[in-house]
Write a protein that binds this ligand. Structure first.
Ligand SMILES: C[S@@+](CC[C@H](N)C(=O)[O-])C[C@H]1O[C@@H](n2cnc3c(N)ncnc32)[C@H](O)[C@@H]1O
Length: 222
């Protein structure tokens, strides 16, 4: 059920849901959960799900829907502005976000539901804040699934992920009447972190080095 003042799942939600795959036991963060639809789908395989929304009506709605779908025991829903309510050392295997991405003139929001679409003048206000913080909460081999519209500069998103050492690729896209919506997956860039290790000449724990060992040995020998 969708409460008043909560985003009603639409084309963006459905493109996300159709391409969402969670492995058995993974930990999931559903940022901007709305009615909880992606968190509930993720909970089928996930070990645990944290669902966050800035809109208090969405928090109650997502809790209600989790209970109605028999997954309340797996989903912890809380209110927060992006990562502010997440513990500083908490890490997730998957972070999902279908963010507000529409460019709007006014920055103030009169009603809670405006948080669902209003992305500031460029549409990138929440998007940029999210990308600049997300990797701190991502497990070492975790992934971010992120949905965006062509109305708020998809290429800028790809570049911004890469600035945070995350390799982003487009998973799928769909053309709508006035925009194209794109689902993006971002993961840590293995190559750059190896290069960074060589540059700093630091020797981390054996387990962390394992995937880079061959590369490191050759590079140091030259
Ligand atoms: C486009 S809706 C997506 C809702 C749901 N995930 C879906 O796919 O149907 C964006 C959601 O992000 C929430 N949101 C916007 N800004 C946020 C922020 N700074 N922190 C947490 N949630 C936010 C909105 O309240 C809204 O529920």
């Amino acid at each position: 059920m969708i409460f008043r003042d909560v985003y009603e799942p639409a084309e963006d939600t459905f493109l996300f849901a159709e391409n969402l795959s969670v492995n058995q036991g993974e930990t999931v963060l559903d940022m901007g959960t709305g009615c909880g639809i992606l968190a509930i789908l993720a909970a089928e395989n996930a070990g645990s799900v944290v669902a966050v929304d800035i809109n208090p009506h969405a928090v109650i709605c997502a809790k209600t829907n989790a209970a109605r779908n028999g997954v309340a025991g797996k989903i912890r829903v809380h209110r927060g502005d992006l990562f502010e309510s997440i513990l500083p050392d908490e890490k997730f295997d998957i972070i999902l976000f279908n963010p507000p991405y529409l460019p709007v003139e006014a920055d103030e929001k009169d009603i809670w539901i405006e948080n669902a679409w209003a992305g500031g003048r460029t549409g990138r206000k929440v998007i940029n804040q999210f990308i600049d913080t997300a990797s701190k909460y991502l497990a070492k081999s975790g992934r971010i699934l992120f949905l965006q519209s062509s109305l708020s500069n998809v290429e800028e998103t790809m570049k911004r992920f890469s600035k945070h050492n995350l390799h982003a690729k487009k998973i799928c896209e769909k053309k709508l009447a006035f925009e194209k919506i794109v689902l993006i997956e971002a993961k840590r860039s293995q190559g750059r972190s190896c290069a960074a290790l060589i540059a700093s000449d630091c020797v981390p724990h054996e387990m962390e080095l394992e995937p880079c060992m061959h590369f490191l040995t050759n590079a140091k020998a030259e």
